[in-house]
Design a protein around this ligand. Structure first.
Ligand code: UT7
Length: 323
């Protein structure tokens, strides 16, 4: 018997304010055509007044709990992947714990920027497989609109806000790739690339800072590293591209998504794509895509999924799971 972390619920939250590409044309030397052609982004959601990473995370988590038919106190651990916690501390996760009315268990944040959800899934899986938790809420939530330099056209048109959540539960499997649940994970980082993507604030400056990115340099790393980590994770799970029903990639750029799918030998009709509607929501993008993919009727129970992401650090990784 093998313990597997199986998805029992999924949910998401998007702020009501939608900003179309054309809205940037009034304040920046940019246009809808450039943004669409270079990134695939058409619109994004921005958090409104009073909306925070933790409030959006709470809404997404509640939706995942509702789908699973569970209460907050049925959960043993709560993990939030975010780089935009409401405050430097306490963690966004403990704020969500309180908002959900969860009076037991433990909660903590994971910070691996755009790869955060893959890192959080892998750690949640480890908690379940090692017997430290039976049910874990894994949430990705971000308010990148609050760390944008609105005068920098090379970054501020790319990012958006939102949150997504999964409820994972321990279930017995047979130890084969036919099991439901997380089948394998692969995590990587290389801290020598810190200048490619970072926020120029924190405890060293006493400011919150703004996101800085050499986008074309990050792009250069993305397709190769993403296809390699996905291939490694698939080999670990004992599956290959022909077995995959859906790639659910980090949604940063349609050209990265297409390039990675091509390298993995998978057609675009096996890829869940939300980048046009959400922009890059960093750690929230994969759980948002999972939730939207289920709502659209794309992802169904028993499907084999590969998620993959890369971001600041650089940090990157992949998770193979059967839905
Ligand atoms: O999620 C975390 C990881 N992040 C990513 O994966 C992002 C990866 N990178 C990308 O998605 C792409 O590199 C971008 C979408 C950021 C940029 O696309 P690109 O094809 O790599 O363009 P580029 O950075 O090489 O810039 C091309 C030109 C430049 O002008 P010159 O130097 O050729 O005259 C930029 O100044 O486009 C210019 N440019 C813009 N023009 C209109 C940059 N931003 C804009 C803009 N509107 N918003």
């Amino acid at each position: 018997m093998t313990v597997r972390a199986v998805v029992k619920g999924v949910g998401h939250y998007l702020p009501t304010r939608v900003v179309e590409n054309a809205e940037f044309e009034a304040s920046l030397e940019t246009n809808d055509e450039w943004i669409r052609a270079r990134s695939g982004i058409e619109r994004r959601h921005f958090a409104g007044e009073g909306e925070t990473t933790s409030s959006m995370a709470t809404a997404a988590a509640q939706a995942a709990l509702d789908m699973a038919g569970l209460q907050a106190d049925d959960v043993d651990a709560l993990v939030v992947a975010t780089s935009t916690a409401d405050l430097t501390f306490p963690s966004a996760a403990t704020m969500v714990q309180a908002e959900l009315g969860m009076t037991r268990g433990f909660a903590f944040d994971i910070q691996a920027v755009c790869a955060g959800f893959v890192f959080a899934l892998s750690n949640a899986n480890a908690l379940i497989v090692s017997g430290q938790a039976r049910r874990v809420l894994v949430i990705g939530a971000e308010t990148f609109s609050r760390i944008m330099d609105w005068s920098d056209r090379s970054t501020c048109v790319l990012f958006g806000d939102g949150a997504g959540a999964l409820l994972l539960e321990a279930q017995d499997g047979n130890g084969t790739s036919a099991d439901r649940g997380i089948l394998s994970t692969d995590l990587n980082s290389d801290g020598t690339h810190r200048d490619l993507l970072y926020v120029d604030g924190g405890s060293s400056t006493g400011t919150t800072g703004y996101l800085r990115m050499q986008g074309n340099q990050v792009f250069r790393h993305a397709v190769e590293k993403l296809s390699k980590t996905a291939t490694t994770a698939m080999a670990r799970a004992g599956v290959d591209s022909a077995d995959v029903d859906w790639i659910v990639p980090h949604q940063a750029n349609i050209r990265i998504i297409q390039g990675t799918a091509k390298k993995l030998g998978l057609p675009m009709d096996k890829v869940v794509v939300t980048v046009q509607d959400h922009g890059n929501t960093s750690a929230a993008s994969i759980p948002l895509a999972l939730s939207v993919g289920v709502a659209r009727g794309q992802i169904k129970q028993g499907d084999l999924l590969v998620t993959e992401a890369i971001g600041g650090g650089l940090a990157w990784g992949a998770v193979v799971l059967r839905w």
